[in-house]
Ligand binder design. Structure first.
Ligand code: CUA
Length: 183
């Protein structure tokens, strides 16, 4: 029998299930259930599947908010592209925008403080992946994702884009610095 010709037995679904086929269906179902229950489990016990909030926004409105922080709190610039490094007040809302092909700006956060991290895209879909913590979520134009984070380790964290977004996708990396409280 081939897929081009109709099946010789029209009521093929009424034939008894082969043991091997049944076993595979049971295995596939079991695996589906395991993956399904991993979602709530990992949300509660893992540190990667964070609760997030999502709101409607527009690229213009979002860019304006990021620009306001850059204008007020930039402490220096980095790389040839002069990406601003912004040190916002401890515990504030910060805005990271994704666009072809950068994450902008770089933030310097204080260890032990809680920040509301807003992320949105100015053009099309990107993926926000914070390494080495492995926090991942999608970033879409028109929506802002808000994740509440309290960095508990100081150091440099890398933001990688993990949704293919064109020829410069692999260069779309950003940074977050976490520093100990300054005296
Ligand atoms: Cu942005 Cu890939």
């Amino acid at each position: 029998m081939s897929a081009i010709l109709p099946p010789s037995q029209r009521l093929w679904w009424k034939q008894p299930l082969d043991k091997v086929e049944g076993t595979w269906i049971a295995l596939a179902l079991l695996w589906c259930l395991i993956l399904f229950f991993m979602m709530p489990f990992w949300h509660v016990y893992g540190k990667q599947n964070l609760s997030n909030e999502a709101y409607r926004t527009s690229p213009e409105a979002f860019q304006k908010k990021a620009q306001e922080l850059v204008d007020q709190y930039t402490v220096r610039t980095e790389t040839d592209a002069n990406i601003p490094v912004v040190r916002p007040p401890a515990g504030s809302d910060i805005y990271i925008l994704g666009r072809l092909w950068q994450w902008w700006p770089i933030y310097e956060l204080e260890k032990g403080q809680t920040y509301r991290v807003h992320t949105s895209s100015l053009d099309w879909q990107h993926g926000f992946s914070l390494q080495p913590l492995n926090i991942n979520f999608q970033v879409l134009p028109g929506y802002e994702m808000v994740v509440t984070m309290t960095p508990d380790t100081s150091g440099t964290f890398t933001i990688v884009c993990n949704e293919y977004c064109g020829v410069g996708h692999h260069t779309m990396v950003g940074r977050i610095y976490v520093v100990d409280k300054k005296e």
